[in-house]
Ligand binder design. Structure first.
Ligand code: CMP
Length: 873
C-alpha cells in the first residue's frame, strides 16, 4: 500500500503457516519499501530493522520471490502441487527467510535442504528443525515468540492508518497482497481451464442428464411409488448433492482478471456471488421437494434442476474444442438431442392421450400398469409424427387435429434442423478432400489450357496423389494463426527429430535452432525432380526429412553421393563457399518422393547475423565438406590464405561487379562475364595441373584479379577508370548480366549469348583444360621465363572429373595488357607487388583470426560459467 506521502509503500509477502500454529502465530513478512531511499524504510518489526534481516524491511526486488503475475501463477502452481495443499515451509519466501537470514538472494542450497527436510519431517516437526539453527532461532524468536499478539496488532493498525487500508490507487496491489496473505489459509483453487474442472463438469452434466431424462418420464408415466422409491430417491438426492458440490466448486474456482488467474478466496467468493451463475445454481436447487409432503410425489417439482443445462452445454463446448475427433463429438451430440426430443415427445404424447382421452391409434391395448409397453407405444408415435408427415391416421376429435398439426410443424422443424446439422458435419468431414480436389482441378485446367505436355501433366497428378496419400497439408497456412513462440515450439517438436540428425544443428545455441526452425518450409519433390542444378545461383539449402536423393554431376548420371533423411545440401552456394561463389557445385536429384525442408539464403543469413558463432561453425563444416568433395582445390585455397573458413567465405562473397576488371583482355573474354569466369576457372584448373613453380606464379597472377576494388588492390593500370579507351575495354558487368550468363548454360558452357562474329577461343571441355587460352594469355617471354611452354598435354586430362577449382574466384583480368607487350620486367614488378599485397592480406587475415578466436574463447568461457551456475543451483 502506498502511503499518503506517496513515497512509502508496504508489501506483504507470503507467509508460512507452520505446523498447527494459530492465526496470531503466523509469520507475516512485511516489507516496507521506501520509494525515496532505502534507508528511509520504516521497519515493521523493530527488532528486525536491518534490510538484510529475514523478517525486517528489505528492498523488494530481491526479497519477493515473485514480482510478476506469471511468477505468482507459478507460485500457485507450486502450491497446487504441494501435497499438503497449503503453504508450508516450502514457500519460497519462507525458505529465503529462514535459511538465508543474511541474504536476500534466491533460495540457497541450504534452504533447499531445509525445505526438503521440513517436508519430509512434516509440518509438526518443521518448527523444531527451524529452531535448530542458531541464526534461525533469533529469527523465530523475533517473529513468533518475542512479538506479542497485541503489539503486532497495534503495529498493523499503525501501518493501516499510515498507508490507508483501502487506498483506491492500489486496488490491484492490495488484492495481490491480500491474496498472498490469504495464502496462509489457502487450501485449493481450481483452474477453470484445468483438467479437474473439466471432469467435474462432466460429473455435473451426468447429474443434469439424469434429471433431464427421468423427470419428464416419471411425470408422464408413473410417479414415484412405493416399489421404485428405493431407486429414485437416492438417485435424486445424489444428483442434488452433486449440484451442491458444484456450488462449493464454484466458490473455489479461479477466474481471470487482467489475464491473471485470481486465487484469493475472498475475491473468488465475491466474484461468484456477484455473478448470475450463483443465482442460477441456487435456483437449480430450489427445494420444492418439501411440497411432496403436501401435494404428494410430483417429479415436476424438481423441474428447476433442468436449469443446470448451461453446465452441460459448457461441457460439450469444451469437449468439442479439445477433442481430436470434433465431428464424432458433434454426431454423438446430435444423436443424443434427437433421442431426447423423441423421448420428451413420447412423454408429451402420453400426457396428451391421457388428458384428452384420445382413442383409436393413439390408444394402447396394454394394461395401464404395463408402463414400459406404454412408453414404447408413445415412443413409436413420437418418432412417427416427428419423422413422417401426412402418413398418420386421420384425427377425429378437434383436440386431436390441433395436437397432430402441432406435431407436424414441430417434426418438420426438427427434421430440417437435423438435416442441416448432418449436412454440416458431412461437409466438415469432407472439407479437406473438397479443398484438395478444387486445387487439383484448377491446376489441371491450367495445364490443359496452356497445353502442358502430357508426361508433365501426369507427373503433376502423381505428385498430387502422393500429397493426398501422405496427408501432407499446408503447414504454414495451418499454423498461421499461432503466435511465433507457439509456432516455434510446435515446429521444434515436429521437426526436432530431423534437425537433430543434421550435423550443422547439433550443439548449436537453442535460440539459433528456434529461429531457424521457424523458417523451415516443407516441400515435396517427385521422382526424378532436380532440386538444384550445377551452376545455378543457390538461393536455398535443403534438409532431407524423408526420401532418397542423388548428388549428380553435370551429365546427371554420375552419382557423387546419396542423400537420405537427416542429410542436408545446398549450403555451399548459399554460404558462398564454393569456387564459383553462389553457384551450385553439383546437381541434386530426387530418386523417389522426397520430403525436404527448405531454408532460404536470406533467412539463413538473417539468423546467422545474430549468431556469429553459429556462422563460423556452419562455414567450418561447409569448408570441411567442400574439402571432402573436392579435396585438392580447397586445400590449396586454405593453405594460401591461412584464414578461417569465415574468411574463405568472405572472399567468395565478393560480388563479381566489385572485382577488379582489366583492360586488354582478349575480345572473346571481354564479351561476357560468363565467358570471363569460364576462362578464369580454366586458369585455376590449369594452375592446379601446372608444375609447382609455374602454378605458384600463375596463381598469384590470377589472385591479383581477385582483389576487390574497394580494397584498393587494383593496380592503376588495371583499373577501369584508368584504362585507355580501347576496343577491348571491359564493361563492368551487371549482376543480372552475370546471372544470365550462368543461368543460360552454367559456367561450363560458352553461353549462347556469345557473339558469333567472335570465334570462340576453343571448344571448352572441363577436362581438357584451356591450353589454348593459356597460350594466348601467356606472353612468349613469360613462357620462356617460367619454364617450357605449356604443352597441350600439360593442361589436358589433369583435372579429375567433377573437381572444381579453388574457392577463390578469379576474374579473367589477371593478366595486364603489358604482358602482351612481352615486357618481363613489368611482369616481375607486378609479381612482387602482388606478393606484397598478398602478405598484407595474410596479416589482416591472421589478425582477424586472432580476434575471432578471442571472441570464441570469451563465449566459451561465459558458457562454462553459466553451466557451472546452473549445475550449482
Ligand atoms: N560430392 C558431394 N557429395 C555430397 N554432397 C555434395 C557433393 N557435392 C556437392 N554436394 C552438395 O550438393 C549441393 C549442391 O548445391 P551447393 O553447391 O549449394 O551445395 C552442394 C552440397 O551441399
Amino acid at each position: 500500500r502506498h502511503g499518503n506521502g506517496g513515497n512509502e509503500s508496504v508489501k506483504y509477502t507470503p507467509c508460512a503457516k507452520i505446523g498447527d500454529q494459530t492465526d496470531e502465530e503466523e509469520l507475516e513478512e512485511i516489507a516496507v519499501i521506501s520509494q525515496g531511499s532505502q534507508e528511509a524504510a520504516v521497519a515493521a518489526e523493530p527488532s528486525a530493522s536491518s534490510a538484510a534481516s529475514a523478517n525486517g524491511p528489505r528492498s523488494l526486488p530481491p526479497t519477493l520471490p515473485y514480482q510478476s503475475p506469471n511468477d505468482r501463477t507459478r507460485l500457485i502452481g507450486e502450491r497446487l502441487s504441494s501435497r499438503s495443499g497449503r503453504l508450508s515451509t516450502a514457500s519460497p519466501m519462507y525458505a529465503n527467510s529462514v535459511a538465508e537470514p543474511k541474504s536476500s538472494r534466491s533460495t540457497s542450497r541450504h534452504s533447499i535442504f531445509e525445505i526438503v527436510t521440513n517436508r519430509l519431517s512434516g509440518n509438526a516437526n518443521s518448527r523444531k528443525s527451524i529452531v535448530h539453527n542458531k541464526s534461525e532461532v533469533g529469527y523465530v524468536n523475533k517473529a513468533l515468540v518475542a512479538t506479542p499478539k497485541e503489539v503486532r496488532k497495534q503495529r498493523r493498525k499503525e501501518i493501516d492508518s499510515r498507508f490507508g487500508k483501502n487506498s483506491k490507487n492500489n486496488d490491484q496491489e492490495s488484492s495481490i497482497e491480500s491474496s498472498i496473505k490469504e495464502g496462509c489459509k489457502w487450501t485449493f483453487v481450481f483452474d477453470p481451464s484445468g483438467r479437474f474442472a473439466y471432469w467435474w463438469s462432466f460429473v455435473v452434466s451426468i447429474a443434469f442428464l439424469y434429471n433431464f431424462w427421468v423427470l419428464i418420464y416419471r411425470s408422464s408415466f408413473e410417479e414415484i411409488n412405493k416399489f421404485n422409491i428405493v431407486y429414485w430417491f437416492p438417485l435424486d438426492y445424489t444428483a442434488d448433492l452433486i449440484y451442491v458440490l458444484d456450488i462449493a466448486f464454484h466458490f473455489r474456482t479461479g477466474f481471470l482478471e487482467d489475464g491473471v488467474l485470481q486465487t484469493d478466496s475472498t475475491k473468488l467468493r465475491i466474484h461468484y456471488m456477484n455473478s448470475t451463475m450463483f443465482y442460477i445454481d441456487c435456483l437449480c436447487l430450489l427445494p420444492l421437494d418439501f411440497l411432496y409432503m403436501s401435494i404428494g410425489y410430483k417429479s415436476m417439482l424438481r423441474c428447476f434442476r433442468l436449469i443446470k443445462i448451461y453446465r452441460y452445454w459448457a461441457f460439450l463446448d469444451r469437449t468439442e474444442r479439445h477433442t481430436i475427433y470434433p465431428n464424432t463429438v458433434r454426431t454423438v451430440t446430435l444423436m443424443h438431442y434427437l433421442f431426447a426430443i423423441y423421448h420428451w415427445n413420447a412423454c408429451l404424447i402420453r400426457v396428451v392421450t391421457k388428458e384428452l382421452h384420445l382413442k383409436g391409434d393413439w390408444d394402447c391395448d396394454a394394461d395401464e400398469d404395463d408402463i414400459y409397453t406404454w412408453y414404447l407405444h408413445s415412443l413409436y408415435w413420437s418418432t412417427l409424427t416427428l419423422t413422417t408427415i401426412g402418413e398418420l391416421p386421420k384425427p377425429k376429435a378437434r383436440s386431436e387435429y390441433i395436437f397432430v398439426t402441432v406435431e407436424f410443424v414441430f417434426g418438420l422443424l426438427l427434421f430440417s434442423t437435423i438435416l442441416g446439422h448432418v449436412a454440416n458435419i458431412v461437409t466438415n468431414i469432407s472439407f479437406a478432400r473438397k479443398d484438395f480436389q478444387a486445387k487439383l482441378d484448377s491446376v489441371k485446367t491450367y495445364m490443359s489450357l496452356r497445353r502442358v505436355p502430357m508426361h508433365i501433366q501426369e507427373r503433376v497428378i502423381r505428385w498430387f496423389d502422393y500429397l493426398w496419400l501422405s496427408k501432407t497439408s499446408d503447414e504454414e497456412k495451418t499454423l498461421q494463426l499461432l503466435p511465433n513462440t507457439l509456432r516455434s515450439e510446435i515446429a521444434l517438436h515436429v521437426h526436432l527429430d530431423t534437425l537433430k540428425r543434421v550435423e550443422i544443428f547439433q550443439n548449436t545455441e537453442a535460440g539459433f535452432l528456434c529461429e531457424l526452425v521457424l523458417k523451415l518450409r516443407p516441400v515435396l519433390f517427385s521422382p526424378g525432380d532436380f532440386i538444384c542444378r550445377k551452376g545455378e545461383v543457390g538461393k536455398e539449402m535443403y534438409i532431407v526429412s524423408r526420401g532418397k536423393l542423388r548428388v549428380v554431376t553435370d551429365n546427371g548420371k554420375t552419382v557423387l553421393a546419396m542423400l537420405r533423411a537427416g542429410s542436408y545440401f545446398g549450403e555451399i552456394s548459399i554460404l558462398n563457399m564454393g569456387s564459383e561463389g553462389n553457384r551450385r557445385t553439383a546437381s541434386v536429384r530426387s530418386v523417389g518422393y522426397s520430403d525436404l525442408f527448405v531454408l532460404s539464403k536470406k533467412d539463413l543469413w538473417d539468423v546467422l547475423q545474430d549468431y556469429p558463432t553459429a556462422r563460423v561453425r556452419l562455414e567450418a563444416i561447409a569448408a570441411k565438406r567442400l574439402a571432402k568433395y573436392k579435396k585438392a582445390p580447397l586445400e590449396q585455397a586454405l593453405h594460401r590464405s591461412k584464414s578461417t573458413p569465415g574468411l574463405v567465405e568472405s572472399m567468395g562473397k565478393i560480388p563479381l561487379e566489385s572485382m577488379a576488371v582489366c583492360q586488354g583482355l582478349p575480345a572473346h573474354l571481354s564479351r561476357s562475364s560468363t565467358s570471363s569466369q569460364s576462362t578464369s576457372r580454366s586458369h585455376t584448373e590449369d594452375f592446379g595441373s601446372l608444375p609447382e613453380n609455374l602454378s605458384g606464379v600463375a596463381r598469384e597472377l590470377s589472385s591479383s584479379a581477385f582483389t576487390p576494388i574497394e580494397q584498393g588492390g587494383v593496380p592503376p593500370h588495371l583499373s577501369l577508370q584508368s584504362s585507355p579507351p580501347s576496343h577491348h575495354s571491359l564493361k563492368q558487368h551487371s549482376p543480372s548480366h552475370h546471372h544470365r550468363g550462368y543461368s543460360t548454360g552454367g559456367h561450363q558452357q560458352i553461353p549462347s549469348a556469345y557473339p558469333p562474329a567472335v570465334p570462340p577461343p576453343m571448344t571448352y571441355s572441363p577436362y581438357h583444360g584451356y591450353s589454348a587460352h593459356m597460350q594466348q594469355l601467356q606472353p612468349p617471354d613469360m613462357q620462356l621465363q617460367l619454364g617450357p611452354p605449356s604443352s597441350p598435354s600439360m593442361y589436358s586430362g589433369r583435372m579429375p572429373p567433377g573437381s572444381t577449382p579453388s574457392p577463390f574466384v578469379y576474374s579473367s583480368g589477371g593478366v595486364s595488357p603489358n604482358t602482351h607487350d612481352g615486357s618481363s620486367e613489368l611482369l616481375l614488378q607486378e609479381i612482387s607487388r602482388l606478393r606484397e599485397r598478398l602478405q598484407t592480406l595474410e596479416t589482416e587475415n591472421a589478425s582477424m583470426n586472432r580476434k575471432l578466436n578471442k571472441q570464441q574463447w570469451d563465449v566459451e568461457n561465459r558458457l562454462a560459467e553459466i553451466e557451472m551456475q546452473v549445475c550449482g543451483s
